[in-house]
Design a protein around this ligand. Structure first.
Ligand SMILES: [Zn+2]
Length: 228
Protein backbone atom coordinates (compact mmCIF):
# COMPACT_ATOMS: atom_id res chain seq x y z
CA UNK A 1 0.00 0.00 0.00
CA UNK A 2 1.47 3.35 -0.98
CA UNK A 3 0.92 6.39 1.21
CA UNK A 4 1.62 10.02 0.30
CA UNK A 5 4.08 11.84 2.52
CA UNK A 6 2.81 15.03 4.17
CA UNK A 7 5.73 16.06 6.39
CA UNK A 8 8.97 14.45 7.47
CA UNK A 9 10.62 15.25 10.80
CA UNK A 10 14.04 13.93 11.70
CA UNK A 11 15.26 13.86 15.29
CA UNK A 12 18.58 12.20 15.78
CA UNK A 13 22.00 12.08 17.32
CA UNK A 14 24.91 12.68 14.97
CA UNK A 15 28.55 12.08 15.81
CA UNK A 16 30.75 14.81 14.33
CA UNK A 17 34.51 14.59 14.47
CA UNK A 18 36.89 17.56 14.31
CA UNK A 19 34.31 20.01 12.97
CA UNK A 20 34.38 23.81 12.92
CA UNK A 21 30.74 24.49 12.16
CA UNK A 22 30.14 27.07 14.87
CA UNK A 23 33.07 29.44 14.83
CA UNK A 24 31.41 32.50 16.28
CA UNK A 25 33.95 35.27 16.19
CA UNK A 26 37.54 36.19 16.72
CA UNK A 27 39.19 37.68 19.79
CA UNK A 28 42.65 38.83 18.76
CA UNK A 29 43.99 35.92 16.75
CA UNK A 30 41.89 33.27 18.53
CA UNK A 31 38.65 32.04 16.95
CA UNK A 32 35.96 31.13 19.48
CA UNK A 33 33.29 28.45 18.99
CA UNK A 34 29.70 29.26 19.88
CA UNK A 35 28.60 28.11 23.32
CA UNK A 36 25.05 27.83 24.62
CA UNK A 37 23.53 27.03 28.00
CA UNK A 38 21.13 24.09 28.31
CA UNK A 39 19.58 22.22 31.20
CA UNK A 40 21.00 18.75 31.77
CA UNK A 41 17.89 16.52 32.01
CA UNK A 42 19.62 14.21 34.50
CA UNK A 43 20.84 16.77 37.02
CA UNK A 44 18.39 19.63 36.14
CA UNK A 45 21.40 21.97 36.31
CA UNK A 46 22.48 24.45 33.63
CA UNK A 47 25.48 23.32 31.61
CA UNK A 48 27.44 24.97 28.81
CA UNK A 49 27.78 23.08 25.56
CA UNK A 50 28.39 23.55 21.84
CA UNK A 51 25.61 25.05 19.70
CA UNK A 52 25.54 24.91 15.90
CA UNK A 53 22.89 27.19 14.41
CA UNK A 54 20.15 25.82 12.18
CA UNK A 55 21.19 28.36 9.53
CA UNK A 56 24.53 26.58 9.19
CA UNK A 57 22.86 23.21 8.63
CA UNK A 58 20.43 24.74 6.15
CA UNK A 59 23.32 26.31 4.27
CA UNK A 60 24.93 22.86 3.95
CA UNK A 61 21.60 21.38 2.84
CA UNK A 62 21.29 24.05 0.12
CA UNK A 63 24.77 23.25 -1.18
CA UNK A 64 24.07 19.51 -1.33
CA UNK A 65 20.79 20.19 -3.13
CA UNK A 66 22.69 22.39 -5.60
CA UNK A 67 25.19 19.57 -6.26
CA UNK A 68 22.41 17.06 -6.96
CA UNK A 69 20.06 19.33 -8.93
CA UNK A 70 19.90 19.83 -12.70
CA UNK A 71 21.31 23.37 -13.12
CA UNK A 72 18.73 24.07 -15.88
CA UNK A 73 16.11 24.09 -13.12
CA UNK A 74 17.77 26.95 -11.24
CA UNK A 75 17.50 30.74 -11.50
CA UNK A 76 20.61 32.75 -12.47
CA UNK A 77 21.48 33.49 -8.83
CA UNK A 78 21.07 29.92 -7.58
CA UNK A 79 23.17 28.59 -10.49
CA UNK A 80 26.16 30.19 -8.73
CA UNK A 81 24.75 29.89 -5.17
CA UNK A 82 24.23 33.65 -4.89
CA UNK A 83 22.18 34.12 -1.68
CA UNK A 84 19.99 36.79 -3.33
CA UNK A 85 18.09 34.00 -5.09
CA UNK A 86 15.12 35.13 -7.23
CA UNK A 87 15.47 38.75 -6.03
CA UNK A 88 18.51 38.90 -8.32
CA UNK A 89 16.36 38.07 -11.39
CA UNK A 90 14.00 40.96 -10.53
CA UNK A 91 16.84 43.40 -9.82
CA UNK A 92 18.48 42.62 -13.16
CA UNK A 93 15.07 42.90 -14.95
CA UNK A 94 15.23 39.28 -16.14
CA UNK A 95 11.87 38.90 -14.43
CA UNK A 96 9.28 41.68 -14.27
CA UNK A 97 6.45 40.39 -12.09
CA UNK A 98 3.17 42.31 -11.90
CA UNK A 99 2.56 41.66 -8.21
CA UNK A 100 3.53 39.41 -5.26
CA UNK A 101 1.49 36.48 -6.52
CA UNK A 102 3.08 36.71 -9.97
CA UNK A 103 6.59 37.10 -8.48
CA UNK A 104 6.21 33.94 -6.40
CA UNK A 105 4.68 32.10 -9.34
CA UNK A 106 7.62 32.96 -11.60
CA UNK A 107 10.18 32.04 -8.93
CA UNK A 108 8.57 28.68 -8.17
CA UNK A 109 8.37 27.81 -11.88
CA UNK A 110 11.97 28.88 -12.55
CA UNK A 111 14.00 27.54 -9.66
CA UNK A 112 14.07 24.38 -7.52
CA UNK A 113 16.36 25.89 -4.87
CA UNK A 114 14.17 29.03 -4.48
CA UNK A 115 11.10 26.82 -4.21
CA UNK A 116 12.51 24.48 -1.56
CA UNK A 117 14.84 26.77 0.41
CA UNK A 118 12.78 30.00 0.41
CA UNK A 119 13.83 33.59 -0.37
CA UNK A 120 13.10 37.29 0.19
CA UNK A 121 12.09 39.83 -2.47
CA UNK A 122 12.58 43.60 -2.24
CA UNK A 123 10.19 44.79 -4.97
CA UNK A 124 7.53 43.63 -4.70
CA UNK A 125 8.16 42.95 -1.02
CA UNK A 126 7.50 39.28 -0.47
CA UNK A 127 8.95 36.23 1.19
CA UNK A 128 8.78 32.53 0.70
CA UNK A 129 9.25 30.44 3.81
CA UNK A 130 11.60 27.50 3.42
CA UNK A 131 10.11 24.02 3.14
CA UNK A 132 13.15 22.65 5.04
CA UNK A 133 13.91 23.88 8.54
CA UNK A 134 16.67 23.00 10.97
CA UNK A 135 16.77 23.71 14.69
CA UNK A 136 19.89 24.26 16.76
CA UNK A 137 22.23 21.28 16.81
CA UNK A 138 23.27 20.92 20.45
CA UNK A 139 26.30 19.09 21.72
CA UNK A 140 25.29 16.42 24.19
CA UNK A 141 27.87 16.88 26.95
CA UNK A 142 30.73 16.06 26.80
CA UNK A 143 31.96 17.77 23.63
CA UNK A 144 35.73 17.72 23.23
CA UNK A 145 37.39 20.96 22.19
CA UNK A 146 40.86 21.52 20.85
CA UNK A 147 42.68 24.66 19.80
CA UNK A 148 45.16 24.34 16.94
CA UNK A 149 47.87 26.80 16.03
CA UNK A 150 48.22 27.74 12.38
CA UNK A 151 50.51 30.15 10.55
CA UNK A 152 49.63 32.15 7.46
CA UNK A 153 52.54 33.10 5.21
CA UNK A 154 52.57 35.83 2.58
CA UNK A 155 55.62 35.32 0.41
CA UNK A 156 57.36 38.43 -0.87
CA UNK A 157 55.41 40.83 1.37
CA UNK A 158 57.30 43.30 3.44
CA UNK A 159 57.16 42.70 7.18
CA UNK A 160 55.35 45.46 9.08
CA UNK A 161 57.43 47.76 11.20
CA UNK A 162 60.69 46.25 10.04
CA UNK A 163 62.04 49.62 8.94
CA UNK A 164 63.59 48.04 5.88
CA UNK A 165 63.72 49.96 2.64
CA UNK A 166 61.34 49.06 -0.14
CA UNK A 167 62.83 46.49 -2.50
CA UNK A 168 65.11 44.98 0.11
CA UNK A 169 62.60 42.43 1.42
CA UNK A 170 61.88 40.54 -1.79
CA UNK A 171 61.41 36.83 -1.08
CA UNK A 172 61.04 37.32 2.68
CA UNK A 173 57.80 35.94 4.12
CA UNK A 174 55.66 37.56 6.79
CA UNK A 175 54.01 35.16 9.19
CA UNK A 176 50.72 35.55 11.02
CA UNK A 177 50.03 33.06 13.78
CA UNK A 178 46.39 32.29 14.58
CA UNK A 179 44.44 29.74 16.58
CA UNK A 180 41.46 27.73 15.32
CA UNK A 181 39.24 25.43 17.38
CA UNK A 182 37.84 22.01 16.44
CA UNK A 183 35.22 20.02 18.30
CA UNK A 184 34.22 16.36 18.42
CA UNK A 185 31.08 15.03 20.01
CA UNK A 186 27.55 13.71 19.74
CA UNK A 187 25.01 16.34 18.66
CA UNK A 188 21.22 16.40 18.91
CA UNK A 189 19.89 17.31 15.44
CA UNK A 190 16.31 18.23 14.48
CA UNK A 191 14.87 18.97 11.04
CA UNK A 192 11.39 19.31 9.50
CA UNK A 193 10.65 18.99 5.78
CA UNK A 194 7.28 20.00 4.28
CA UNK A 195 7.05 18.42 0.81
CA UNK A 196 3.36 19.40 0.57
CA UNK A 197 4.43 23.06 0.18
CA UNK A 198 6.71 22.46 -2.82
CA UNK A 199 5.34 24.44 -5.76
CA UNK A 200 2.59 25.95 -3.60
CA UNK A 201 2.11 29.67 -4.23
CA UNK A 202 1.02 30.86 -0.80
CA UNK A 203 0.19 34.39 -2.04
CA UNK A 204 -2.50 32.89 -4.25
CA UNK A 205 -3.43 30.37 -1.58
CA UNK A 206 -4.15 33.15 0.94
CA UNK A 207 -6.45 34.94 -1.48
CA UNK A 208 -8.34 31.77 -2.32
CA UNK A 209 -8.61 30.69 1.29
CA UNK A 210 -10.25 33.95 2.41
CA UNK A 211 -13.25 32.91 0.33
CA UNK A 212 -13.80 29.61 2.14
CA UNK A 213 -16.33 29.48 5.01
CA UNK A 214 -13.63 28.27 7.42
CA UNK A 215 -11.32 31.16 6.61
CA UNK A 216 -14.16 33.69 6.85
CA UNK A 217 -14.94 32.35 10.31
CA UNK A 218 -11.28 32.57 11.33
CA UNK A 219 -11.04 36.15 10.07
CA UNK A 220 -14.16 37.10 12.05
CA UNK A 221 -12.70 35.47 15.16
CA UNK A 222 -9.50 37.41 14.72
CA UNK A 223 -11.39 40.68 14.36
CA UNK A 224 -13.22 39.89 17.61
CA UNK A 225 -9.94 39.16 19.38
CA UNK A 226 -8.40 42.39 18.14
CA UNK A 227 -11.15 44.36 19.92
CA UNK A 228 -9.91 43.28 23.37
ZN1 LIG B 1 16.80 30.39 -7.31
Amino acid sequence: MSEEIYEIAILGRATWQLHSLNNEGTVGNVTEPRSVRIIDPNTKKAVTTDGVSGEMLKHIHTEIMWVLDDKNNLCDACKVLNPEKFNFAIKTKKATPKNVEDALEQALKTCDVCDVQGFLLERPTASRKSTVEFGWALGIPEVYRDIHTHARHALGEKGRGSGEQEGETEGVSTQMVYHRPTRSGVYAVISVFQPWRIGLNEARQDKDRTNTPTMQMMLLEREDTDLY
